[in-house]
Design a protein around this ligand. Structure first.
Ligand SMILES: Cc1ncc(COP(=O)(O)O)c(C=O)c1O
Length: 427
């Protein structure tokens, strides 16, 4: 055994991966998902940070709604086995549990970028002195477009109203201290801090409790994009206290492409009737919604930000997935995730080469399931070649190969197979 093996507790042989899988208390969950296949067998699917796999139960959940629709037509809104009118409520408890929120604080609706805009309509309220938005440099493009367009919507200019947090020279991730320093220094001009809970490119997890504390101490509103956090990390949104958060449901949450997204609005705004908001009938008081009156009266809590009646088919798939999540439990998933990602990092370190480097932080509290591997030469071609062999991660320009061993359905043996193929391909 090498020193590194002793220190990490991991071993480099295939028998270790097989033994770890045998001991894995969550191993049964892998059978509950449909894996893409190649002619030779199952893919090694390390792409749950992009699109999660389909739960085998999803088809039955959808079928039930299609059947009720066929048999009941419009009556299904009230008479379906799970009536469609309040259908989104079937997701409330489990969504709240997943993100550490109270049921009043969460709703499943729209898509991520739409929800981000809706939140900024209410929570980005620039004044002459306090007009800036803080984001990570290189945030996901949709977030960048959304914040820039919101700034312009208020007649302001991103050149003077946008602060981009930047890693130190030669580094890829942000330092927690540097984030605090910017908030401290610019605080009285900052209207809104909106960061990804996990940076999509580097996989860095931000200290959301600390950022919220620092932001609030300087009078700023704080929101998070949890596209890469929901279903990946245990979250305590109520306790940490950001004003809002948004996430999509098609990555770690396995809700399927374009699935309805999530939104959190902290309880302190549950009755924020004075907040400006874009309104739609589905956010209107349920008791009087069908009186069809002209005056909007928002529901309490996150529900009051809904616009439209949601796609029941989309919610049905998400229910299938959330039921599996609930059964597995986020704490157990996180324990396996820390181990599985550590194992991936360990195996990669055994194959060290001048052509790649892991840029995701090493500390377990600063990362989730994803490792971002910077490939210096011919990375895109390498990623495409591996995909042809059924080894699926994804490529993000200019130089990042992102892979995520997802604890719900990936095995240690998946990780082992990935590293073998990756190392052989990189040469
Ligand atoms: C961090 C982040 N923000 C925003 C989005 C955009 O999501 P949507 O197309 O669901 O609005 C994505 C999509 O992958 C993302 O990863």
């Amino acid at each position: 055994m090498t020193n590194f093996e002793v220190q990490s507790g991991f071993q480099s042989g295939e028998d270790f991966a097989i033994a770890m899988d045998e001991r894995d208390p969550l191993r049964e969950f892998r059978q509950r998902f449909l894996f893409p296949r190649t002619a030779d067998g199952d893919c090694v699917y390390l792409c749950g940070h992009s699109l999660g796999l389909q739960p085998k139960t999803a088809a039955a959940y959808v079928e039930e709604e299609l059947k009720d629709w066929a048999q009941l037509g419009v009556e299904g809104h009230f008479r379906a086995k799970n009536p469609w009118m309040p259908y989104h409520r079937l997701l409330t408890e489990k969504t709240a549990e997943l993100v550490g929120a109270k049921p009043l604080e969460v709703v499943v609706m729209n898509s991520l970028t739409v929800n981000l805009h809706l939140m900024m309509v209410s929570f980005y309220r620039p004044t002459k002195g306090r007009h800036k938005i803080v984001v990570e440099r290189g945030a996901f493009p949709s977030d960048q477009y959304a914040v820039q367009s919101q700034i312009r919507f208020h007649g302001l200019d991103p050149a003077t109203s946008l602060i981009e947090l930047t890693p130190r020279p030669g580094e890829f991730c942000l330092s927690d201290d540097d984030i605090d320093t910017v908030i401290e220094r610019e605080g009285d001009q900052i209207a809104l801090i909106v960061l990804g809970g996990v940076n999509y490119a580097t996989g860095q997890v931000f200290d959301m409790a600390r950022i919220t504390r620092s932001g609030h101490a300087r009078g700023c509103v704080v929101g998070f994009d949890l596209a890469h956090g929901a279903g990946n990390l245990p979250l305590k949104l109520h306790e940490w206290g950001p004003d809002f958060a948004v996430w999509c449901s098609y990555k770690y949450l396995n809700g399927g492409p374009g699935c309805a997204a999530g939104c959190f609005v902290h309880e302190r705004h549950a009755h924020g009737w004075d907040l400006p908001r874009f309104a739609g009938w589905w956010g209107h008081d349920e008791q009087s919604r069908f009186e069809m009156g002209p005056n909007f009266r928002a529901m309490s809590g996150a529900d009051g930000w809904q616009l439209s009646n949601p796609s029941i088919v989309s919610l049905a798939v998400l229910r299938a997935s959330m039921d599996v999540f609930h059964e597995a439990g986020m704490e157990r998933l996180r324990a396996k995730s820390v181990s599985l990602t550590g194992y991936l990092e360990f195996l990669l370190s055994q194959k060290a080469s001048s052509n790649f480097a892991v840029i995701t932080p090493h500390e377990e509290e600063r990362r989730g399931a994803q490792l971002s591997i910077r490939v210096l030469r011919n990375g895109r071609a390498l990623c495409e070649r591996l995909a042809e062999e059924g080894i699926l991660g994804d490529w993000r320009e200019p130089d990042t190969f992102r892979v995520a061993p997802v604890p719900l359905y990936n095995s240690y043996h998946d990780v082992f197979r990935f590293v073998q193929r990756f190392a052989a391909a990189i040469g």
